[in-house]
Ligand binder design. Structure first.
Ligand code: 3NM
Length: 241
């Protein structure tokens, strides 16, 4: 193994591991088959390491997984991202790092998820190049309109329902805004915030391609089984690719 591989360094544009999902791959197709976007939030205190969680999610059939760490980003967090990126991409999945385009790039992630307070999408795109995925959180119709025109590959909208997970969440947007945003863009749409196995089908029915979930995935004693049940509940499917 070279030192580059050890560092997870991913030299653009042609050293992406074979099979790595890039922005040119159809995310809508991935979401059609597995419309669950799992977020590993380091503050959610899962009773197992992130690597174990990822293995369980992949076995269950989850294909898009985000690493979310809001505290100081230490070397150990970076190394964790390197390990998760490799594991997820080897399984044909998509690994996304929250907030940090630098970490996404250097860890070999498929992309970054940006919030409204992070790097502007244009700057992240310039930094990451054309191959990486960029997701962008929105909380209002105006923000979603701007995101539709921005160089981002998918749009997140939320919080759809009240959430206990995010600190200082934006006002709840409800299913109505999910439908409105659906009608203004063809980009993959990921709904987030307070989504549970019970309400998730209604979120897809409102027009989302996928649901992003933190807390409700950890609700049962067995993450793999919970993720399987979640995917089964979403089986009615989202937008056809
Ligand atoms: N972003 P849970 S809501 C990380 O509105 C995040 O953009 C939101 O966690 C947004 O599934 C949220 O536990 C928290 O509600 C999602």
């Amino acid at each position: 193994m070279t030192s580059d591989e050890q560092d997870g360094e991913n030299k653009r544009p042609d050293s992406s591991p074979p099979g790595l999902v890039t922005r040119h791959s159809p995310l809508v197709t991935i979401f059609f088959n597995a419309p669950l976007y799992a977020i590993l939030d380091t503050a959610a205190n899962p009773p197992f390491p992130a690597e174990t969680a990822v293995e369980a999610l992949l076995r269950a059939g989850v294909r898009v997984i985000q690493y979310r760490h809001k505290g100081p980003f230490r070397r150990a967090h970076f190394q964790e991202c390197v390990t998760l990126a490799r594991k997820i991409h080897e399984a044909g999945g998509v690994f996304v790092v929250n907030d940090r385009a630098d970490v996404a790039d250097l860890s070999g992630a498929a992309g970054v998820h940006l919030g409204q307070e992070d790097l502007p999408p244009e700057k992240a795109r310039r930094f990451l190049g054309e191959d990486r995925l960029i997701g962008y959180s929105t909380h209002t119709l105006d923000q979603a309109r701007l995101a539709a025109a921005a160089p981002v590959d998918y749009i997140a909208i939320g919080p759809v329902f009240p959430t206990q997970t995010k600190m200082n969440p934006d006002p709840v947007v409800g299913l109505a805004l999910v439908s409105e945003v659906r009608s203004l863009t063809n980009k993959p749409l990921v709904a987030i915030g307070g989504i549970t196995m019970e309400n998730a089908p209604s979120v897809l029915a409102a027009g989302a391609d996928a649901v992003a979930v933190i807390r409700d995935l950890l609700a049962g004693p067995d993450l793999e089984e919970r993720a399987r049940q979640f995917l089964a509940a979403l089986k009615t499917g989202s937008r056809k690719p």
